[in-house]
Design a protein around this ligand. Structure first.
Ligand code: NDP
Length: 319
């Protein structure tokens, strides 16, 4: 594993982090979950990314992590960075979200700590900007998460460049620096480049962890010859089969061919591409099988690209 400093902070993160959005809810056996989590740890993927609502049902991924911390990962708390988030819908009721309010964020964080059996998380995120809450209130709640000992660092997810500047300034005034931003980022989703977010985070000294760098599996060899049974696209989850239109799959085949020429799989190519820019601290990836992680970590063997390769990727990977 390679580790990069998170922006201008002293914290390092593995360049590949494990996300528990899917594959850690009650729909997956604990045996499978522990196999994936153990393999991630063995590969040095010591950063686990969660949110209050990951499951299904919401909250169950945090409960699964709690179980892992009492069993397979027992004794390793200080070797792990554990992140969670609040801001999207979580529980029924007026204060259950979606919300960036102080009331929702801190109540949700307390619930998350309870489910995981932890005294603190390493990183607590505002999961989304909330137009109905003043940014100062969300910043204040993040600051309280740290000063009350519930979190070591704070982050934001899916905020635009200007909102990022604003909340970073507010947090800095409060004395709790913004550690990290978590945007979506892959060859097929380049808004962080187009909107200048990466320039802003670099200027502010804030780290970046891109999510869904494999476009939920589209940027792997999995869908090149149809939709295999058991894959995310068959499970009425977040990857709609309509995204796998024939022209898209044709381009994915072209990318897979380019990857083969570099001695990589399509997944390895996609991860190497996402990490080619050192302003990106880490990519948070999902896995339904430990073998997927074995394959994906090999991406780190070649993170450099020729300009011809980059141009060909730009031609085939349309945002
Ligand atoms: P990815 O783009 O990494 O997709 C993961 C899926 O790709 C796996 O579940 C698996 O699908 C497939 N896959 C992975 N490796 C391989 C391989 N080598 N060969 C074949 N298939 C492979 O990310 P996710 O969409 O899962 O998101 C990752 C994490 O990002 C989440 O867990 C979460 O922590 C974070 N996230 C954050 C969001 C936010 O708003 N901040 C939003 C979304 C995600 P299959 O299950 O079909 O095998």
């Amino acid at each position: 594993m390679l580790y990069r400093n998170v922006g201008r902070s002293g914290l390092v993160l593995p360049v590949l982090s494990l996300g528990l959005w899917h594959n850690f809810g009650h729909d997956v056996t604990f045996e499978r979950q522990r196999a994936v989590a153990r393999r991630a740890f063995e590969h040095g993927m010591v950063h686990l990314d969660l949110a209050n609502n990951y499951g299904p049902p919401p909250g169950s991924a945090e409960e699964s992590l709690g179980q892992l911390l009492r069993t397979d990962l027992r004794g390793h708390r200080d070797e792990l960075v554990i992140s969670t988030k609040a801001g999207w819908d979580m529980w029924d009721g007026v204060y259950g979200g979606p919300s960036g309010s102080r009331k929702h964020l801190l109540a949700s964080l307390d619930q998350s700590l309870g489910r995981m059996g932890l005294d603190y998380v390493d990183i607590f995120y505002s999961h989304r900007p909330d137009a109905s809450t003043p940014l100062e209130e969300t910043a204040g709640a993040l600051h309280t998460a740290v000063t009350s000992g519930r979190a070591l660092y704070v982050g934001i997810s899916s905020y635009g460049p200007e909102q990022t500047r604003q909340i970073a300034a507010m947090l800095s005034d409060l004395g709790t620096p913004l550690l990290i931003h978590q945007p979506s980022y892959s060859m097929l989703n380049r808004w962080v480049d187009k909107d200048g977010l990466l320039d802003v985070t670099a200027e502010l000294g804030v780290g970046v962890i891109g999510f869904s760098a494999l476009a939920q599996g589209m940027l792997t060899d999995k869908y090149l010859d149809g939709i295999p049974e058991g894959s995310r696209a068959t499970q009425s989850k977040s990857l709609a089969p309509a995204l796998l239109a024939p022209e898209t799959v044709q381009n994915l085949r072209g990318l897979a061919e380019l990857a083969r020429g570099r001695g990589q799989s399509l997944a390895q190519l996609a991860l190497a591409w996402g990490l080619r820019d050192e302003r990106v601290t880490s990519l948070v990836i999902g896995a339904s099988r430990p073998e997927q992680l074995d394959q994906n970590v090999l991406a780190l063997e070649d993170l450099s690209f020729t300009s011809a390769e980059l141009a060909e990727i730009d031609r085939l990977a349309v945002d």
